[in-house]
Design a protein around this ligand. Structure first.
Ligand code: FES
Length: 114
């Protein structure tokens, strides 16, 4: 059995599942999607380890903001974000250092074309 596996993840982001459930949507085109799903769809990320970044729903992170979702950037875990419904997903992706859409669809695109 292997003792490690590779992934294409450039970064990992934790999104509080319980905050997302409390909001009952709030993100995406019609405002009906949960933040993690809306962000994955917005960036056209592939599934699982083949995605350019991991956006993972985690259990309660202990902040429990009203009317927002707690989000942790795995690469910059000292500052957590409280994301309100309807937030600009492009700005959020930039704040979380997530790859832009083109990079998310084709990992290595930026380095190949630089
Ligand atoms: S419910 Fe999200 S941080 Fe506690």
């Amino acid at each position: 059995m292997k003792d490690h596996v590779r992934s294409n993840w450039h970064n990992a982001v934790l999104v509080c599942r319980k905050c997302s459930k409390k909001l009952d949507g709030g993100f995406g085109k019609d405002g009906e999607e949960r933040l993690a799903k809306a962000l994955r769809r917005h960036l056209s990320l592939k599934k699982g380890r083949k995605a350019a970044a991991g956006i993972i729903e985690a259990n309660c992170l202990g902040v429990c903001p009203r009317g927002a979702v707690t989000v942790v950037n795995g690469a910059a875990s000292r500052d957590w974000l409280l994301v309100r419904p309807g937030a600009d997903l492009d700005a959020l992706a930039a704040a979380l250092d997530l790859p832009a859409q083109a990079e998310a669809q084709n990992p290595g695109w930026l380095t190949q074309n630089a």
